[in-house]
Design a protein around this ligand. Structure first.
Ligand code: CP3
Length: 341
């Protein structure tokens, strides 16, 4: 087992910098697109053999140091009583978004064993096949709530914010329910074999620091306190979170995800005794090789020599990315950081 990723997450020294990419399994891969011609995203996720195959693809093709379970952050929401569609080019759209206090009261208690057994089966298959650690994941309560309240992807998050400001007690109840659900979901993933967990709070950066502290941080603190008992490294990720890195790291996580808009050296200084993950601009994978290589060197230099850096993009691999650029990038991270893999 190649445990370089786990060592870096625990801030132990490694012979090279481990690398994986968010959304490393996805539509930029021709093999994945072939599978998608026959199955939708929910269909793939409900077939453990297919999930395992898709999860393995980028690890086998490009030599990533970790695999991330193939699923969507919306996968557990069906079990909580939501109907949703993944709309091509737009994202998840909820047919029955939350509008009233009654809708929050009606949110069903989630059970991973009952509602997402296929996810746990996929993890068990993967554990027999992987030679690198498997990252389990979920959306963070705020980011999940943003879909549930907005009804889909949003720019300004007005419905969400209006709800937070005008119904703080119902908001708190919803967040409590989502924390409980994600604790169940993530605990089940670790019991099935996941070696680490990433919590995606992708849209939380759209809150001010004040609102994060008041409406989100206590819930994230509760979530991380429960998850810490599982004994696996926890990655806490968001985008456009330069103003939130301190409260986010105070809420929890062994590794703090840093997106491209935050300078990585600044984040490392700020966070001190905490591992960091990031933060190559995903669009550099569209650049000529010398520019891409320069970008990789810059990220490695910003991370410095201190143990505790996991190389990643600032956000997920973009559609249309050339798989050869991904192969090149992984190779360069390994060789430039001192490893021959
Ligand atoms: O790349 C693909 O086509 C894979 C299939 C797919 C996923 N999600 C996989 C996924 C599709 C079609 C979606 C739909 C979806 N879900 C969208 C639409 C945009 C898009 O890229 O098609 C969106 C915005 C979501 C919601 C979502 N899913 C968020 C906010 C996150 C957190 C990560 C992030 O981008 O901020 C996810 C996670 C996700 N979706 C994963 C996968 C395999 C897991 C994380 C990973 O692989 O890194």
């Amino acid at each position: 087992m190649n445990d370089t990723f786990l060592k870096a997450a625990r801030r132990q020294s490694t012979s090279y910098t481990p690398v994986w990419f968010m959304r490393q399994a996805g539509r930029y891969q021709p093999e994945y697109r072939q599978i998608r011609e026959k199955y939708t995203l929910p269909q793939i996720v409900r077939r453990p053999e297919l999930t395992a195959e898709v999860t393995l693809l980028p690890v086998e093709n490009f030599g990533f140091d970790a695999a991330i379970l193939f699923a969507d952050i919306t996968t557990p929401l069906y079990g909580m009583g939501f109907q949703l569609d993944i709309v091509e080019g737009r994202g998840p759209v909820i047919d029955n978004p939350i509008m009233t206090d009654g809708d929050v009261n009606a949110v069903r208690q989630f059970s991973a064993e009952r509602d997402t057994p296929f996810v746990l089966d996929a993890i068990k298959i993967l554990k027999g096949e992987l030679r690198v650690p498997l990252i389990g994941f979920s959306g963070a309560p705020f980011t999940l709530a943003s879909y549930l309240l907005e009804g889909g992807p949003s720019k300004n998050f007005i419905k969400l914010k209006r709800f937070i400001y005008s119904r703080p007690e119902t908001w708190s109840l919803l967040m409590n329910k989502l924390v409980k659900a994600m604790v169940d979901y993530l605990t089940a993933q670790v019991n099935a074999g996941a070696d680490a967990l990433q919590i995606f709070d992708s849209w939380v950066g759209r809150l001010s620091r004040h609102d994060y502290q008041r409406y989100v941080a206590p819930h994230m603190h509760a979530l991380f306190e429960e998850l810490a008992q599982l004994g696996v490294p926890l990655i806490h990720f968001g985008t456009q979170t330069m103003h939130l890195l301190e409260p986010m790291s105070a809420a929890g996580g062994d590794v703090i995800g840093v997106d491209t808009t935050t300078p990585l050296n600044w984040a490392r200084n700020l966070l001190g005794e905490r591992a960091v993950q990031g933060n190559l601009d995903p669009s550099l994978l569209f650049a000529p090789r010398d520019i891409l290589r320069e970008g990789i060197i810059r990220v490695l230099n910003c991370a410095g020599d201190k143990p505790g850096h996991i190389f990643n993009l600032g956000h997920g691999v973009l559609p249309g990315t050339d798989p050869d650029a991904v192969a090149y990038a992984v190779d360069q991270v390994h060789s430039l950081s001192g490893g021959a893999v």
